[in-house]
Write a protein that binds this ligand. Structure first.
Ligand SMILES: C[S@@+](CC[C@H](N)C(=O)[O-])C[C@H]1O[C@@H](n2cnc3c(N)ncnc32)[C@H](O)[C@@H]1O
Length: 251
């Protein structure tokens, strides 16, 4: 079961240097944000620690932020308070979103940062995408970023250990990913993430979590978006690149 409640406290060690602040995180989506009016209504439906939501609010947008993890939502609310950003932060799974917001509320919904693979298989993804689609106004857009699972699966089960220390909040850490790749695409896969904070003068502090995920091919995702009433406008998918972004609009 994926909870992120352990990782929430140390999540900044997993965010790249270039996206650490809310302004920097939002700027990484400038190409799609430029399609929005300045007072647009936007939802980040897997908000994590809230950098994107707070960054969007800093640009004057009306922002809602949701996540399945209570601990992540708490961190988003804390970040919003720190920046004086008016963000409506609530705990909700993707399937629960229609209980929290009216249909056709948002101009843009973000589901970014390797989140969608946590939906349980094709059925879970369909339900998640259906919820996101319902909340978009006609012409509104879903912005989704994804791991390239074709590439990840081709490498098989393995261990990735960072070859440098990651420094956050004055502490260095080694970041470890353990990939448990099942033999079939549709089976449950696992990623174990460990953050080992190291300090020559003190104990090594380790936080880790075993996350479940269900991979999908880019073609499958395109078909599933279509099924949910979303037409892919652009995709950066490249068989050799680690990640890609899909922008899909609601008919
Ligand atoms: C890898 S993190 C990405 C967080 C953030 N979007 C970012 O880019 O840093 C994945 C997030 O998806 C959330 N998540 C996982 N399953 C979910 C679900 N069924 N509904 C909503 N959020 C979910 C997790 O709690 C976690 O915060």
């Amino acid at each position: 079961m994926t909870s992120y409640n352990e990782l929430a406290e140390v999540y900044e060690w997993l965010i790249s240097d270039a996206k650490l602040t809310p302004a920097e995180f939002a700027a990484s989506f400038d190409d799609v944000i430029s399609l929005l009016p300045s007072n647009a209504r936007v939802l980040d439906c897997s908000c994590g620690t809230g950098q994107l939501a707070v960054g969007l609010a800093g640009r004057g947008m009306q922002v809602a932020a949701t996540d399945a993890s209570e601990a992540m939502v708490r961190r988003t609310a804390e970040l919003a308070e720190e920046f004086g950003a008016p963000v409506r932060a609530e705990r909700a799974n993707w399937e629960e979103l229609p209980d929290h917001f009216d249909d056709e509320t948002f101009d843009m919904v973000f589901c970014v940062g390797n989140s969608l693979h946590h939906a349980e298989g094709a059925r879970g993804r369909d339900a998640a995408l259906e919820s996101m689609s319902r909340l978009l106004r006609p012409g509104g857009r879903l912005v989704l970023t994804s791991r390239n699972w074709e590439l990840v699966r081709s490498r098989g089960s393995r261990l990735d250990i960072s070859d440098h220390l990651v420094r956050r909040n004055g502490r260095d850490a080694v970041v470890i990913y353990r990939w448990d790749i099942a033999s079939q695409w549709e089976e449950e896969h696992h990623i174990e993430i460990a953050i080992a904070q190291v300090d020559a003068a003190g104990p090594v502090l380790v936080r880790s979590e075993l996350l479940s995920c269900w991979p999908y091919r880019h073609d499958e995702l395109t078909a599933e978006l279509h099924q949910a009433g979303l037409r892919t406008e652009r995709s950066t998918y490249n068989p050799e690149a680690e990640n890609y972004t899909v922008v899909a609009s609601k008919a």
